[in-house]
Design a protein. Structure first.
Length: 278
């Protein structure tokens, strides 16, 4: 009998359970398990915090708080840096401060609603820039808030203002997008780049095609920016969208206007079914 055929009672082997086998869980064979986990695990957390629905903030990760933008401009002037770029960053920092203030006011408003559930919770992509501003404003209003992060090679850690138990890191972009839309009752889009545009146009497509049937107001914040980078009238002119599709968007330029429009629209949802049936 070989050594392999002669079991050693002092060397008992315990094979790993499937759900603890990291080699399997990270393999192509378990992709469906990983995808399902990015649905089921958030469901459990949202239930635990009684989150009924959300207000989603999109916008650039590169927009700075005003104090940091002012510091960078001083540094550029003092040390021969790119002053023009720093001046643009300072100008754009107003969107950070406006997103912060709007999120604070929306959170204070939602906390005052007579509802047993937590309604219209501020939700962002969890990173810096406009995302951080939204979470920061909600935190300053002492409200819970959500950060739906994503694993990327060049960024990013969760910003420090997210309610820790509601900070997520997704592997799959499409699962992250599902959670942006699944609970959302309103969408506020600040100036942003490819990611913000992707999120905006996917939402517009889902509404236009009837895949999203719930009432979903979409606010574009910052008329100067959006008038320059988004020409929907040209799409109407060339017949690639209908004229009424332009009405899916509401453009505002101040916190007061955004707050008045969004709360007015959200008030229409107060008697509607809460959440997606979590």
């Amino acid at each position: 009998m070989s050594a392999a055929d002669d079991p050693d009672p002092d060397k008992t082997y315990h094979p790993p359970k499937a759900y603890r086998n990291e080699r399997f869980l990270n393999s192509p064979s378990a992709r469906s398990v990983r995808i399902l986990s990015e649905y089921v695990e958030p469901v459990a957390r949202f239930r635990a915090f009684d989150v009924a629905d959300t207000v989603v903030f999109f916008g650039s990760a590169r927009i700075l708080p005003r104090d940091e933008a002012e510091h960078r401009l001083r540094a550029a002037r003092d040390h021969g840096g790119d002053v023009a770029r720093a001046e643009t960053a300072l100008d754009m920092s107003r969107y950070y401060e406006d997103a912060r203030e709007l999120a604070r006011r929306l959170t204070e408003w939602s906390k005052g609603l007579e509802d047993t559930h937590k309604r219209f919770i501020v939700c962002s992509g969890g990173g810096p820039g406009i995302m951080e501003a939204a979470n920061r404003g909600a935190s300053e209003a002492k409200g819970i808030n959500i950060g739906l992060g994503i694993s990327l090679p060049h960024e990013q850690h969760a910003n420090p203002y997210i309610t820790r138990e509601l900070a997520f890191e997704f592997h799959y972009f499409f699962m992250r997008k599902l959670w942006f839309m699944y609970l959302a009752k309103a969408l506020i889009v600040f100036p942003g780049g490819f990611g913000s545009m992707d999120e905006l146009f996917e939402t517009l497509t889902l509404i236009q095609t009837g895949k999203i049937k719930k009432h979903m107001p979409i606010v574009l914040y910052g008329r100067d920016f959006w008038d320059e980078v988004l020409n929907l009238d040209a799409l109407v002119k060339y017949g690639t969208i209908n004229a009424e599709d332009v009405d899916l968007l509401h453009v505002v330029d101040t916190v007061d206007d955004a707050f008045a429009y969004i709360t007015g629209e959200l008030s229409k949802s107060l008697d509607a079914p809460k959440g997606p049936g979590l």
